[in-house]
Design a protein around this ligand. Structure first.
Ligand SMILES: C[S@@+](CC[C@H](N)C(=O)[O-])C[C@H]1O[C@@H](n2cnc3c(N)ncnc32)[C@H](O)[C@@H]1O
Length: 469
């Protein structure tokens, strides 16, 4: 097998045998692992290698000899080109199997601690249309399909509004229908594209850093509220008024019309003002009668229905009796803190985005919760002996860090603070396992609960209960 006609070989009739970390399908050639995009275990393919390293190859299939019998038909027309929903060819049950296994393997191999049985993964309530937030990019150089290229015809419509193609920063798939977010998301995106093209509004040129329309974010909630945020690359009042006036009439049920003007070279907008064109400047989500305000920059778990299940698991693992001091680290907009406050004596939330902390305080207020306090800053700096002394040493810590996990200083502060329980929520079980390994001197893992928030992707959330030895 394998011939090296060019420097990057073509591997013939390679059998895909498994799914490795990060959801990549793999086969093997002699002593090398081969990562192959857009395949599933059981496929037999010719693979064009595009990256060659001492221990592995990375490539893409150029010909299928046979298809795996576990395959299922991808439902999206953009499958294979767009970067999202890469696991569509795997049946959902198989996806859950690989996610559960990834969590277990990481805890075992990286954590190297004694483990209880892992609970079966909690499947997502919806396999499609489960996201409450999507961000689309405008580009004046959309990705052309193979059929368009093969047709040999001159392409007049080069504008696209959709998702970046992986590893091609200037190419965007013009999305016709996205299965990730419920209506009116698709209708709004399509209407904006059509209106912009008709009116000659320029789509952003990512290479030249110019153009009027830059990105579009749509946020929705289970209450039916919708926020639309358009980021403009230039301050063109006339065009802006024209666009929003049209949209406001076409979509009268949108709760919030927002915009940002970003004339910088990069897409980050954390430092930019957000303006309200019409409607409210925030939308609301609700869980168990508690309301949560979501502003244009606020973090909120992107799968609302499954976030509710996740929070219930956190609350079950914490098993609060009512007299505990609870710390909710990486609290975001204080959702978990407010969600468990009714069962605790006091809850302290810490988060480094100041606007999120403002939302957290606001969320306590509108829900008549008076036993929470929130602090804005880097947990590594804020979580000191002084802060613990002033606000009380924790009985229970809930921690939900970003993918990088907790800073080692934070882990050591927790070891010294010595809460009875730590409920560790993670979107990256590899870093979670690393942190658990350090905590092992004082804490043993007593419960493990993977949760699937993102069907058709390899991402998996995991909740671990650690109890003091
Ligand atoms: C996974 S989110 C947790 C969100 C929250 N628990 C929820 O369910 O809505 C992680 C949060 O940690 C915050 N964060 C990341 N690094 C931080 C740090 N060093 N100190 C404080 N907060 C941090 C991020 O801004 C983000 O809001």
């Amino acid at each position: 097998m394998g011939r090296s006609s060019k420097r990057k070989p073509l591997l013939e009739a390679l059998e895909i045998t498994d799914v490795a970390a990060e959801g990549k399908a793999i086969g093997r050639v002699e002593d090398r692992i081969v990562f192959v995009n857009n395949t599933v275990p059981g496929d037999v393919v010719d693979v064009q290698v595009r990256k060659k390293r001492r221990k592995f190859y990375e490539g893409y299939p150029v010909r299928f000899h046979s298809y795996s019998n576990i395959r299922t038909e991808p439902f999206c027309d953009h499958f294979g080109i767009c970067g999202g929903c890469k696991w569509q060819a795997l049946p959902y049950k198989k996806q859950l199997f690989y996610k559960q296994r990834e969590v277990f393997n990481n805890l075992l191999r990286i954590g190297k601690v004694e483990l209880p049985d892992t609970n079966p993964i909690v499947a997502a309530p919806d396999e499609r249309f489960y996201r409450n937030k999507l961000e689309f990019t405008f580009s004046n150089k959309r990705w052309l399909t193979q059929a368009e290229v093969d047709s040999g015809e001159e392409i007049s419509d080069n504008d696209g509004l959709g998702f970046h193609i992986p590893a091609m920063f200037d190419k965007v798939v013009d999305v016709k229908k996205c299965y990730l977010q419920d209506e009116p998301s698709n209708s709004i995106r399509l209407a904006i594209k059509e209106f912009a093209v008709e009116n000659g509004f320029s789509f952003y040129d990512i290479r030249n850093k110019s153009g009027l329309l830059r990105t579009l974010t749509i946020r929705t909630t289970l209450l039916g509220e919708v926020m639309v945020i358009v980021i403009f690359g230039a301050d063109d009042l006339k065009a802006r008024e024209k666009l929003f006036s049209y949209l406001n009439i076409k979509f009268p049920n949108v709760t919030s019309w927002m915009y940002i003007i970003n004339e910088k070279a990069n897409d980050s907008y954390g430092d930019l003002d957000v303006y309200n064109w019409g409607g409210r400047s925030s939308i609301f989500e609700e869980m168990e009668g508690l309301k949560f305000k979501i502003g244009p920059k606020s973090f909120f778990q992107t799968n609302s229905k499954q976030a509710y299940n996740l929070y219930k698991i956190v609350r079950d693992f914490a098993a609060l009796k009512g007299d505990e001091i609870v710390y909710d680290l990486y609290t975001g907009t204080g959702t978990i803190a407010n969600f468990v406050a009714g069962k605790a004596k006091n809850v302290v939330g810490i988060e480094y985005v100041p606007e999120a902390i403002e939302d957290a305080v606001y969320n306590s207020k509108i829900n008549n919760i008076s036993n929470t306090s929130f602090f804005a800053g880097d947990i590594k700096e804020l979580l000191t002996h002084d802060l613990l002394e002033k606000n009380g040493f924790p009985d229970v810590v809930i921690t939900d860090p970003p993918r990088s996990g907790m800073h080692a200083d934070v882990v050591h502060t927790l070891l010294n603070a010595g809460p009875q329980k730590i409920v560790y929520v993670s979107c990256n079980s590899a870093t979670q396992a690393r942190d658990i390994n350090i905590l092992d001197v004082r804490y043993r893992v007593t419960k493990i609960q993977p949760v699937d928030m993102f069907p058709h992707t390899h991402h998996v959330e995991n909740v671990v209960l650690l109890e003091r030895r």
